[in-house]
Write a protein that binds this ligand. Structure first.
Ligand code: SF4
Length: 316
């Protein structure tokens, strides 16, 4: 396999709101996305996964680290080169209500990336929009209507049509089904799977919901307080999680925890703020397996099995 995206030691530190110290939203994240792969990035809200998505697309600038996209150093690109590269990297947001301009027709919304990149003549763009709407399962009559005339699932289809308009290589899906009813979620997940195969796409799939990621991801990276604590093939991570945090997340998936006779692991307290990161292992105040060393020494990532990594002293 060939890597489409390589992220090394990526950080984003914001000045804290009170002007004292820093908020470590993303703190030394490294990951690889192979061509044709779906990598799920999972964690509770506030763990830094959406900031990571925006850093990778350079919608915000990192404080440090490196991003290589399709063999190019992304952070070395000037504004014009970056605009060209953006056509290969698109994002679908969580909230289809907020991410579509209510004053624009669907035709204008879907054609916007084609217009910006001057892809084809106006007539060709109109034809392209009709094809895109068909690809995402909307009828051609949708083109002249406005976003408020559609259901949540249909609006997410419009957002997806816009994201694939320029035939990108990478799509970052930031909680793409979290705002939808469960019955609609699986339709959108099936559509994404279908488009991935037909259009040769690679996905970074960001979600707080491990049960959703289980359906779509080839590999999973679990984030906690700005760091990746475990990565591996989705099936292995979900059936035999190594990190105590992943074990707690997996135990909460319906059908994976109490129903199978396994105990649900309820974590104490909320995640600490990224502005006040605990010393040692960041997870230690909530970890049911914490021991003395965890309070003073941060664990490094180890590879206990081929293709898997975990940052926990228990797996050294
Ligand atoms: Fe828990 Fe210690 Fe492992 Fe951190 S290093 S996850 S506190 S056991």
């Amino acid at each position: 396999m060939t890597a489409l995206l390589r992220v090394r030691d990526l950080t984003k530190h914001f000045p804290a709101r009170d002007g004292m110290g820093v908020t470590r939203a993303v703190d030394g994240v490294s990951l690889v996305l192979e061509k044709g792969e779906t990598l799920g990035i999972v964690g509770e809200s506030g763990c830094g996964k959406s900031t990571l998505a925006r850093l990778i697309l350079r919608l915000i600038e990192p404080s440090g680290g490196a991003i290589e996209f399709d063999g190019a150093d992304l952070l070395a690109q000037g504004a014009r080169a970056m605009r060209k590269m953006r056509r290969h990297m698109q994002i679908v947001f969580q909230d289809p209500y907020a991410s579509l301009d209510p004053r624009m027709t669907v035709e204008k919304i879907v054609a916007e990336p084609l217009d910006i990149h001057r892809a084809g003549t106006p007539a060709e763009r109109r034809r392209a929009v009709a094809e895109l709407l068909e690809l995402v399962g909307l009828d051609a009559g949708a083109a002249k209507r406005f976003p408020h005339e559609f259901s949540g699932g249909q609006r997410q289809r419009i957002g997806i049509a816009r994201a694939i308009a320029l035939r990108p290589k990478l799509i970052v899906l930031d909680e793409p089904v979290s705002a939808l009813d469960v019955s609609i979620q699986s339709q959108i997940l099936n559509l994404l799977q279908d488009l991935k195969t037909r259009l040769d796409l690679s996905y970074l799939f960001i979600s707080h919901d491990l049960a959703v990621v289980e359906h779509v991801a080839d590999r999973v990276a679990v984030m906690y307080l700005g760091e990746i604590v475990e990565t591996g093939p989705a099936a292995a991570v979900l059936t035999a999680p190594l990190h105590p945090y992943t074990q707690a997340l997996v135990s909460a998936i319906p059908g994976a925890g109490p129903e199978l006779g396994k105990e649900r692991i309820v974590l104490a307290g909320d995640p600490p703020s990224p502005g006040d990161v605990p010393a040692g292992c960041r997870f230690h105040p909530r970890c049911p397996k914490a021991f003395e060393r965890c309070r003073r020494e941060a664990p490094r990532a180890h590879a206990p099995e081929r293709g898997r990594e975990v940052a926990c002293h228990l797996h050294e």
